[in-house]
Design a protein around this ligand. Structure first.
Ligand code: GTP
Ligand code: SPV
Ligand code: MN
Length: 611
């Protein structure tokens, strides 16, 4: 089936597509980037073996011990290429106003000129891989196809885990002459003849670019996850959010979980927390309360559409987990540990143990006596630096998750009962607050704030507004995005919509300790959410929304003082008054685009705080 091409093209290719427009694009990219050869990705186990062997040979991968992590690899990036680069990320809409005040913008023609220069010859000495992929189910009503062209074998291996890729996808694209999102990626490190490669080629110049009207992605200079695995944030959030705006659905930075009560009542919950703020952990949580069961549907991205019954249905478009490694251990996230234990995974920027396994801070209480750190240096518990980069990641197939819900395979998704917003805030934000209605819930999402994390380059621990945990991922004007959220309930039956809650696992006491134990104990908040939906427990009105009535939150068996729980739940009017001018400044950014009802929400909040 994979026939060698017989044209006078000097670049060899393993295949020529019958999809004329796709083949023309591949030819055009090859003519520009000038790779040595072109490999179309089939998605077979043999191909995975060949690729990963080559990555080991190249020094990019170290094969882990087969008895510890079968078919798995350790990888260290260039120390400068470890996270998403938000300041290098652009929404190149035709009109600048469509990118809105939260995105970087450049005119599409200017960006294309600039990047065409960068791409010219950028794949010299390398293989150009063509990865046909689909986000979500291949047999869904409207499969969401993409094709990533990349000169990075690391990206191919990672995309093979994170998305459904290969021959079957290409067959369907060709058979249906389907539209697809073209996604071009180059690490920007051409090799001169005879030049030896480095383990992690990349370029100091980086551009992560979305062309929303053309539904097209161009990425240059970085090999890191969100910058380079273009099906993930670039397609499934930035481009998909624009599609959702145009077509009446939502693409969100949300986990999806299934919660079953001791009475066997099932609820589906989606939750938006900013990067490195707890989605993977909550998606796989092991409840500490007896009889409650959580199953996983997704840990990062949810696409949500109104179903025939008027409810909001969510699917996870991804095929793998790209999770934060540090803090993941048997005590905090045993299901993630069980998932990676099955192997078939890539670990980037964690530490390597002397017996061919991986380790990171938080995996076990005691660190091994000796490690190779993420920068390849000897490491001991006495070392000054962390063994693993704070944004080091495991990349692992979601099918290996032992608590994957069977509904993961349903292309129609699951009907969402509750949406949680949350962030990392040391102060102000209580453990759980319930919105009065969808508009108030949208206000909570639109004003969501969180301390920045290592998931993006730049300062860590700085409080910023991160609306719906989508600040770096909204592919258009954020004011229009808020309007889209408001219109979802206007154009549909709000009574069938999920209830909205705002949670904060990260509030601190005077000594800097967490007030709430988090992790498995977060199941208590999930239980409260379900019991609120079912009208089984009471809540109390406060200026910011509804909070648990005394006794409504199940704290049975929790080893935390009542006083501390009260602090975690408290609505401090003075702290909230200090929040008002910040929300005001934030809203001002959006000018006329901010839905008037959000100003009304803010006015109401102000008035209630003053009362
Ligand atoms: P992205 O993949 O970047 O979108 O992040 P995520 O939201 O999936 O974050 P993840 O669940 O990987 O958590 C990031 C960090 O927060 C990890 O170090 C976790 O150990 C830590 N964390 C998660 N849940 C809790 C919690 O309930 N309490 C505390 N204190 N830390 C938590
Ligand atoms: C995030 O930063 O929110 C991630 C990791 O989930 S990345 O895919 O790199 O964006
Ligand atoms: Mn994420």
């Amino acid at each position: 089936m994979a026939a060698d091409i017989t044209t006078d093209d000097p670049i060899t290719s393993t295949y020529r597509s019958s999809h004329g427009q796709l083949q023309a694009w591949v030819d055009e990219v090859a003519a520009l980037t000038k790779p040595d050869s072109i490999t179309w990705i089939e998605g077979t186990p043999d191909e995975w073996t060949r690729l990963t062997d080559e990555l080991v040979e190249a020094g990019t991968f170290v094969r882990l011990d087969e008895t510890k992590k079968p078919n798995s690899f350790w990888c260290a990036s260039d120390p400068t290429d470890v996270a998403r680069v938000e300041d290098r990320t652009f929404i190149c809409s035709v009109d600048e106003s469509d990118a809105g005040p939260t995105n970087n913008w450049m005119a599409p023609a200017d960006m294309k000129r600039l990047m065409t220069d960068l791409y010219d010859g950028s794949m010299r000495g390398r293989t150009m891989f063509v990865i046909p992929f689909v986000m979500g189910h291949i047999d869904s009503e409207h499969p969401m196809f993409g094709v990533e062209i990349t000169d990075s074998a690391y990206v191919v291996a990672s995309m093979t885990v994170m998305a459904r890729v290969g021959r079957q996808v290409l067959d369907k694209i060709e058979a249906t002459n389907a539209a697809y999102v073209p996604a071009l990626h180059s690490v920007g490190a051409p090799l001169a003849p005879g030049e030896t490669d480095v383990p992690w080629p990349c370029n100091d110049t980086k551009y992560i670019v979305q062309f929303p009207e053309e539904r097209m992605i161009w990425s240059y200079g970085s090999g890191y996850g969100g910058n380079a695995l273009l099906g993930k944030k670039c397609y499934s959030l930035r481009i998909a959010s624009v599609m959702g705006r145009d077509e009446g659905w939502l693409a969100e930075h949300m986990l999806i979980l299934k919660l079953t009560s001791p009475e066997n009542e099932v609820k589906y919950i989606a939750a938006a927390f900013p990067s490195a703020c707890g989605k993977t952990n909550l998606a796989m949580v092991e409840p500490t309360i007896p009889g409650w069961k959580v199953e996983t549907l997704g840990d990062d991205i949810a696409w949500m559409r109104i179903g025939a019954d008027g409810r909001l249905y969510a699917v996870n478009p991804e095929f793998g987990l790209f999770g934060v490694a540090p803090g993941t251990g048997w005590d905090t996230n045993a299901n993630a540990m069980r998932t990676i234990a099955q192997g078939n995974s890539v670990f980037t920027n964690v530490a390597l143990t002397d017996d061919g396994d991986v380790w990171w801070e938080g995996m076990t209480e005691d660190a091994p006596a000796h490690l190779t750190d993420w920068k390849g240096r000897d490491w001991t518990p006495e070392s000054e630096e962390l063994s693993s980069h704070p944004n080091s990641r495991f990349c692992t197939p979601i099918r290996q998750c032992p608590i994957l819900a069977p509904e993961y395979d349903d292309p129609n998704g699951v009907p969402i009962d509750a949406i949680l917003f949350g962030g990392r805030r040391k102060t102000t934000i209580p453990l759980v607050t319930e919105a009065r209605d969808w508009t108030h819930g949208t206000f909570m999402g639109a004003t969501l704030s969180s301390e920045t994390t290592a998931a993006a380059t730049g300062a860590v621990g700085v409080v910023r507004r991160d609306p719906m945990a989508m600040l770096p991922f909204i592919g258009y004007d954020a004011g229009d995005y808020f309007s889209h959220w408001i219109s979802m309930a206007k154009n549909n039956d709000e009574s069938k919509f999920p209830k909205v809650f705002y949670v904060n696992w990260f509030r601190r006491d005077e000594d800097g300790g967490f007030l709430w134990p988090g992790f498995g104990e977060n199941s208590r908040v999930l239980k409260y959410v379900v019991e609120r939906i079912e009208g089984k427990v009471d809540a109390v009105e406060t200026p910011i929304g509804l909070v648990p009535a005394p006794g409504a939150l199940d704290t049975d068996g929790l080893d935390v003082s009542d006083e501390q729980i009260a602090k975690a739940l408290a609505v401090d009017v003075d702290e909230w008054k200090a929040e008002i001018p910040q929300i005001n400044d934030w809203f001002e950014k959006f000018g006329d685009k901010l839905p008037a009802v959000l100003w009304t929400e803010l006015d109401g909040l102000k008035a209630r705080l003053e009362a």
